[in-house]
Design a protein around this ligand. Structure first.
Ligand code: ATP
Ligand code: MG
Length: 305
């Protein structure tokens, strides 16, 4: 069953069309990551999914429920860890957690808060005012708050932004634990390595629509892997000439001749048969970063055309 279904969702802010027909399925029990540049509309979509805002047109469903019709029911099933932290600095961590527990109508608050605090390594500073917390501690408390009441779908909008590497790893572990407990995680992040490491599925939002989606592996495979080839310094001109006369597309990169997967083998054999000395030949695996740049550059190229 899908935990989340989004169909043809649009959203404008005045003249600004932010979402132009979003379609998405998020499976129950997976970590799903929405990637996109600043201002792409990630938080806008999260607001719609979490009942904070309504789409102009299109439909969404969470665990089979329509948030525009069954908002209260949907709110019981989800939690939102918003991009702008909702913590109150004048209260202690424990008080912040108790507040949420009360809002959620939890009966055995002490037990639940203690269990969640232990899971997120918060026990040591639960009784300190939040304004004395470091950024990483705040993020952990944020996630702890979003776990109270055992929500089925947990929305985490950039949960690790500004967190140091060690705390990031700890947060990753917590996020995986949420998934491993059978919950669905809807994540946004600025960090592509994070998306790669955590996600079961990824979608890229760009110019108001989903331009790519799949598992991290699928997405990386779909982007052309590049090949780099270095010839002996004395053979450089001859190599240029040979590739050009044979109609092989290439670019002269910082580390040598850069080729796509489709013409790399042809370039190699042509150069070898022209007696050109190849000093180095290498394959650069695509990473999510190059997918991201590929998506955004293609757009820039279209705009300039
Ligand atoms: N309430 C609003 N009124 C007017 N414009 C808005 C409103 N909310 C968002 N926008 C605009 O919609 C666009 C998308 O914003 P959104 O916050 O969804 O982006 P985002 O992908 O979450 O970006 P970031 O990575 O910076 O968090 C932006 O241009 C933003 O200025
Ligand atoms: Mg945002």
């Amino acid at each position: 069953m899908n935990a989340i279904e989004v169909r043809a969702v649009t959203k404008d802010f005045g003249k600004l069309a932010v979402l132009k027909g979003i379609n998405l399925d998020v499976k129950q029990g997976e970590i799903f990551t929405l990637l996109g540049a600043n201002g792409a509309g990630k938080s806008t979509l999260i607001n719609i999914l979490t009942t904070l805002s309504q789409p102009q047109s299109g439909t969404v469903s969470l665990m089979g429920l329509d948030p525009t019709k069954a908002g209260n029911h949907v709110r019981e099933l989800i939690s939102l860890n918003a991009q702008t932290a909702t913590l109150d600095g004048e209260f202690t961590g424990a008080e912040n957690l108790r507040l949420i527990a009360q809002l959620r109508g939890i009966k055995d608050q002490k037990v639940e808060i203690a269990a969640i605090a232990t899971r997120l390594d918060l026990t040591g500073f639960l009784n300190r005012k939040v304004k004395t917390y470091s950024g990483g501690m705040r993020r952990r408390l944020d996630i702890a708050m979003s776990l109270i009441g055992d929500p089925q779908i947990v929305f985490l909008d950039e949960p690790t932004t500004g967190v140091d590497p060690q705390n990031r790893l700890a947060l990753w572990r917590s996020i995986r634990e949420i998934r491993d407990a059978g919950k669905t995680v809807f994540l946004t992040t600025q960090y592509l390595d994070e998306a790669d490491a955590l996600s079961d599925h990824i979608a890229f939002i760009h110019d108001g629509v989903i331009v790519k989606h799949g598992t991290p592996e699928e997405i990386k495979q779909r982007v052309t892997t590049t090949y780099t080839l270095q010839v002996a310094p004395n053979d450089k001109d001859a190599a240029d000439q040979t590739l050009t006369t044979n109609g092989i597309d290439y670019t002269q990169g910082e580390h040598g001749i850069s080729l796509t997967a489709t013409n790399a083998t042809k370039a190699l054999t042509t150069l070898l048969s022209a007696q050109i000395t190849i000093e180095h030949y290498d394959r650069d695996e695509a990473d999510l970063e190059s997918v991201f740049l590929n998506v955004t550059n293609r757009e820039a190229a279209n705009e300039n055309a």
